[in-house]
Design a protein around this ligand. Sequence first.
Ligand SMILES: [Zn+2]
Ligand SMILES: [Zn+2]
Length: 233
Amino acid sequence: MTYYCERCRQDLYGYPKININGQIYCYRCSEAVVKEISKQEVDDFKKSLPYKEFIDSKNNYLRELQIWEEKSKQLKSKNWSLAIYFGIPLMIFLRNWDKGKITLTGDTTVDIILCILYFIIAGIINIKIENKREIKFNLSNPKPIFSLIEPRSDFKVNSFLLPNDGSQTNPDEYPLNIYNRDDYTCQKCGIKKELKDLRLLTLRRYSKSQTYDPTVKITICAKCLQDNDHKDF
Ligand SMILES: [Zn+2]
Ligand SMILES: [Zn+2]
């Protein structure tokens, strides 16, 4: 039986033939075709209702969080004004005491101790007031939380290598076969990813005779490939 590539019309006798969703392509074209199909599916998915709803609620959450953060910031600036409120009378008192105009007890040592006590007590009261205020704020304004998980397109391009009719080919050499076998799922983190985020990883697996077998390949995502030294495999 004769096959021609659906895209470039090349005669595929003796060449690898990839079946993608029922159409036959040469290996070179197959990559481009799968990329096109994947991109289309992802684009369609991003227009779908579940995804739109997710984006809407995420934007909602970000708006609420911004309002909350502004309110929380206001609370913190009030904290400062209270500290100054306690601090200014203390400073005035210290200045006057220094010039010898005012003494509280007639004894400077006792005055200093009283000043320090006043400062400590004012500080404790300040902290208590602020804690109460913060608790009250948190009770009446709970921090918005976002717990939705981003929906992912469940796309899968159905592709497989047809049996060869001439030259020898190793199915492990074709990324699409590996991605398909692994269901477009990173074998490290287990997350299904879009084609553009997938990579092939050659496992450094040794046979009993300690010879390196380069044909053992798995799907891994770009992130895991970057993050890891693959010692686990
Ligand atoms: Zn082609
Ligand atoms: Zn991963």
